[in-house]
Design a protein around this ligand. Structure first.
Ligand code: 4NP
Length: 150
């Protein structure tokens, strides 16, 4: 049973969506899915209202999630750690203790576009459109992940 951690900066926009989307696809496989942020700005808070809204439009309720910060112990807890962008990736890998930890970390869009090292853009300072685009990217990437892990 795979344990998957989705990671962005604030854990309020992108990774809560990735958590909600992958969870919705994992009910048969028993996968465990959580999310975290590399930053500490929003610890304990709910997802951004725009993420809650775009999830709701797509039939998902992510409103009960609570932001938390990525920690070194997450390398022990999770099999796969997906970073939303290359900055998140670097910040996670900086905490790795060895090559096994590092090998667990992947850029999520490499599941869709292998080896292209593309970022899920940070929608925090943009409008609604950015959240829809992020949702659509994550939906496609999570479909690939769910198929691989099921
Ligand atoms: P996220 O977006 O990393 O997708 O959750 C952000 C949310 C908050 C901030 C930055 C990015 N912030 O600077 O507060």
């Amino acid at each position: 049973m795979a344990k998957v951690l989705m990671v962005c900066l604030g854990n309020i926009c992108r990774s809560p969506l990735a958590e909600g989307i992958l969870k919705s696809k994992s009910f048969l496989s028993g996968m465990v899915v959580e999310s975290a942020g590399t930053g500490n700005y929003h610890i304990g808070g709910p997802p951004d209202s725009r993420s809650i809204e775009i999830a709701k439009k797509n039939g998902l309720d992510i409103s009960n999630q609570k932001a938390r910060q990525f920690k070194t112990a997450d390398f022990d807890e999770f099999d796969l750690i997906y970073a939303m962008d290359s900055s998140n990736y670097r910040n996670i890998v900086r905490k790795a203790r060895n090559d096994l930890d590092t090998a667990k970390v992947h850029l999520i869009l490499n599941e869709l576009f292998p080896n292209e090292d593309l970022d899920v853009p940070d929608p925090y300072n943009g409008g609604e459109h950015g959240f829809k685009m992020v949702y659509d990217m994550l939906e496609q990437a999570c479909e690939v992940i769910a198929t691989k892990l099921s």
